[in-house]
Design a protein around this ligand. Structure first.
Ligand code: FUC
Length: 818
């Protein structure tokens, strides 16, 4: 299903539109809708990488610094990884599994840990790093002083721009990465004939050479950076390292400037405009990267700059412009982005910056995750290192999943696709690991992976966490839940969920109390105090495992019923669910227990909030459906926070989503502020520290979750609206069931709501405050609505695919503040 038709493209530099204009036929609401400027901008060049501006097309990425005398554009290609495909399974593991289980059930955790460390781990216990492609350096001769400097990243176009005046001449540079043409495009211009005097170099820290391509013509020259990673993984051969190539063409207008090569650089003199193309590839998908980069470069260079830009804009805006958001405005909007952020760090409120941050999350997903490609890694796509922090890999005990939390709700379902197909690619290697390590059917993924199907336990005993695959299966269900696409569910979603479920059915064992539990198990990376005072991480039946299993089994049962298949498997899942160890509330503290026993925690402010998986991303713990558990989970969250929790960017972002699900707008907002104030870099990238992109995506999802929720079969409008967002609007957020929702509010009450149905169904909806629905109008006619019986506020009405419904609201007069 394509959503391109759902909302027309709004394409002004400062988006000014009307809510009715983007919502289809209903034309009654005419209020102007200002999203504020969707630009990140600065008055000085980036001094370091965390100030540079990211651009990307899902595969190729660049960080643009905006230097005047020396410009650095750091480059990435998302398949440039160290290492190779290898069998890391450990045939010894299965033999020792029963003994480890026995020790854990007997409370002999120390011995179990020692034994697991010796026998249950994969070999090797690590993946190697995703690496930088290199750097493009542009040295320019300009006269000082430099005035009127401005660099920006325009989220509405996906283009970065750097402009300044030097020696009376105005210079402008633009950079974008085209998805349709698979090249990085740079354009440099100046307003004085012959004013551009510049040289270009391509470099890489290691494993590469650069050379000038002798095939240059009078109006262009090319530099090629070519190399092969020196593979150091066990089993490496001289040819196993990844090959890569970046090919750069610099083009002057014929007769307007000269171009020549000097050593390893290309020098341009007396030009007034330059177009630069960079194509790059690796040997990841087989084949010689030289050919792909040559072909892409030729195809791009055969087009004019204007045409390339048009094609880029059409492609990019089709995705980006589906959603608009207005949370209010302050005078700080006129400040450069780093100064606005600085003000928030000092306690200022800037709802426009939050809206910008939200849209930046969508921008980053569009730029790092496109159909047919690899998913966004720990740094999305942008990495300047040869050995990146945590290898910039795929961590699956929160980070990779968090990257995709905003995908469906913020109307970027296509950008979810790289993750969905990546998880499918882990099924075969994961089945081998399930069989060899655990004697189980189905597929397993532990806490980290790479582009070569790594599925074995890594890093240490705490890497024995066989739940990563099952958690990733939730993404397949969500993809279906938002679209209602049965074909996807039948062909891809359900088969994946089934393999995840089969593993866990086999992996579950009875504990000494006869409950079904996972064993071994961990609550990711957190430890607890044993009765004898020692600490352990290793356990059985950690709460998160039970929640992930409940989630996957219930969704798998639902999918198999919908599709009318696998009655036998369904029965097995059903019966396992009845025997699964229950979630527990501590009788001592009233908190949701993180482990099967009520242990104390040596680090009560731990960054992971794994046992709250049931609240978000899952919805098995819900303020209305399971109020007791919700209260306990809330107490757990309070406890984490009061002990310094939320200190990494992603942790803070998860907490926003949790408060949104607890429907506490003030606490959610407090944590949005904290995410900006404490965990955001000058270029608005998330700071773990160091830079790690998950918090950007989790934060974006959390802001959406404050405005619209759709779990439990009901669309909830403005469920966690803080007082700070007194009046505002959003357009184009998606709700589960196949809806695109737009709304406007004032004093916490919805005043205008539009629901576009992408499939025919019964729509159930709940308004936030005392207001009620006076009428539902479609094509000028009122249609019937009913009370659902869930509560006095949840109504239902029948919708038809492709139609937009306007809800006429009667004010409740309660005002904001529940
Ligand atoms: C998880 C987290 C760390 C870090 C790493 C990449 O293991 O516990 O904080 O984000 O992933």
């Amino acid at each position: 299903m394509s959503f391109a038709t759902v909302l027309p493209i709004a394409a002004t530099c400062c988006l000014l539109t009307t809510i009715s204009a983007v919502c289809g036929p209903a034309r009654s609401a005419k209020q102007p809708f200002s999203t504020g400027s969707l630009k990140l901008w600065y008055k000085h060049p980036a001094r370091e990488w965390v100030e540079a501006r990211p651009v990307g097309n899902g595969r190729l990425g660049a960080m643009v610094f905006g230097g005047v005398l020396k410009e650095r554009i750091q480059l990435n290609e998302n398949s440039l990884w160290d290492g190779h495909r290898q069998d890391t399974n450990n045939p010894e593991a299965l033999k020792h599994l029963p003994e480890v289980r026995k020790l854990l059930f007997a409370g002999r955790n120390r011995e179990a840990t020692d034994m697991a460390g010796k026998y249950l781990m994969g070999n090797p216990q690590r993946v190697n790093s995703y690496q930088t492609l290199g750097d493009l350096w542009i040295d320019s001769h300009v006269s000082y002083p430099v005035e009127d400097y401005r660099r920006e990243l325009d989220l509405e176009t996906g283009i970065v721009r750097t402009s300044y005046r030097a020696g009376g001449t105005r210079f402008v540079g633009e950079v974008f990465v085209s998805h349709p043409d698979q090249v990085i495009v740079i354009r440099e211009t100046c307003d004085r004939p012959g004013g551009l005097n510049t040289s270009f170099r391509l470099t890489r820290q290691q494993d590469a050479v650069t050379e000038i391509d002798p095939a240059g013509k009078p109006d262009y020259r090319q530099i090629v950076l070519r190399g092969q990673i020196k593979d150091t993984m066990p089993g490496a051969t001289p040819t196993s390292g990844m090959k890569f190539e970046a090919r750069l063409r610099i083009l002057v207008t014929p007769g307007r400037g000269t171009i020549e090569s000097t050593g390893d650089s290309i020098k341009v003199s007396h030009a007034d405009s330059l177009t630069i193309f960079l194509a790059a590839g690796t040997s990841y998908r087989g084949g010689d990267p030289e050919w792909s980069s040559r072909l892409e470069l030729e195809a791009a260079a055969a087009q004019s700059y204007g045409r390339l830009k048009d094609r880029h804009l059409r492609d990019y805006k089709r995705l980006f412009s589906r959603v608009a958001i207005d949370l209010g405005h302050t005078a700080n909007e006129s400040l450069p982005t780093d100064e606005r952020l600085g003000a928030v760090k000092r306690g200022a409120e800037d709802p426009g910056l939050i809206a910008l941050y939200f849209q930046y999350g969508r921008y980053l997903l569009i730029s790092s995750s496109r159909p047919g490609g690899l998913p966004a890694n720990l740094q999305g796509l942008w990495n300047e290192h040869i050995e990146a922090p945590w290898n910039s890999d795929y961590h699956t005990n929160i980070n990779l999943q968090m990257n995709y939390w905003p995908a469906e709700a913020t109307n970027l379902a296509e950008c979810h696709e790289p993750l969905l197909s990546y998880v499918e690619s882990l099924v075969e290697p994961g089945k081998r690991t399930a069989r060899i390590h655990y004697g189980c059917s189905g597929f397993v993924v532990h806490h980290l992976s790479n582009i070569w199907g790594f599925t074995t336990p890594a890093d240490g005993v705490w890497g024995i966490w066989p739940i990563g695959g099952a958690w990733l299966c939730r993404h397949a269900w969500e993809h279906y839940a938002f679209s209602g696409d049965r074909d996807y569910l039948a062909k891809r979603g359900y088969p994946l969920m089934k393999e995840g479920s089969k593993f866990l059915l086999d992996y579950l064992v009875e504990d000494p109390k006869g409950r079904l539990v996972t064993c071994p198990s961990h609550s990711p990376e957190n430890s607890f105090r044993m009765p004898d005072g020692s600490t352990s991480m290793f356990t059985y039946g950690a709460t998160m495992d039970l929640e992930v299993i409940y989630d996957l089994f219930t969704k798998c049962i639902e999918a198999s019923k919908l599709l009318g298949v696998d009655a036998e498997l369904r029965d097995k899942l059903q019966s396992a669910l009845t025997r699964l160890a229950p979630l527990q509330i501590s009788s001592k503290t009233g908190r949701l227990q993180e482990w099967i026993d009520d242990y104390a925690e040596p680090e009560p402010g731990h960054r992971h909030v794994s046992h709250m998986y049931g609240v978000y991303p899952s919805d098995q713990i819900d303020v209305r459906k399971t109020p007791e558990l919700a209260k306990a989970a809330r107490a757990s969250l309070e406890y984490r926070l009061s002990n310094g929790g939320g200190h990494t960017g992603w942790s803070r972002a998860w907490i926003i989503n949790l408060w949104a699900r607890f429907q506490d707008g003030e606490r959610a907002y407090e944590n949005v502020q904290a995410l900006l104030a404490k965990s955001t870099l000058p270029n608005l990238l998330d700071n773990h520290p160091p830079f790690q992109i998950d918090g950007n995506f989790g934060g974006c999802a959390g802001i959406a979750e404050m405005l619209l929720q759709s779990h439990q079969g009901v669309i909830q409008l403005l469920p966690a609206l803080p007082k700070a967002w007194r009046a505002g609007r959003f357009v184009g957020l998606r709700a589960r069931g196949g809806y695109v929702v737009s709304a406007e509010w004032n004093n916490g009450e919805a005043v205008r709501v539009f629901v576009k149905a992408t499939r025919s169904s019964e729509c159930r909806l709940r308004l936030p405050q005392g207001e009620s629905v006076e009428a539902i109008v479609e094509s000028g006619k009122s249609i019937p609505r009913h009370l659902t019986g869930i509560d006095s506020k949840t109504i239902s009405f029948q919708v038809a695919a492709g139609r937009t419904y306007q809800l006429r609201i009667r004010a409740g007069g309660i005002g904001q503040g529940r």
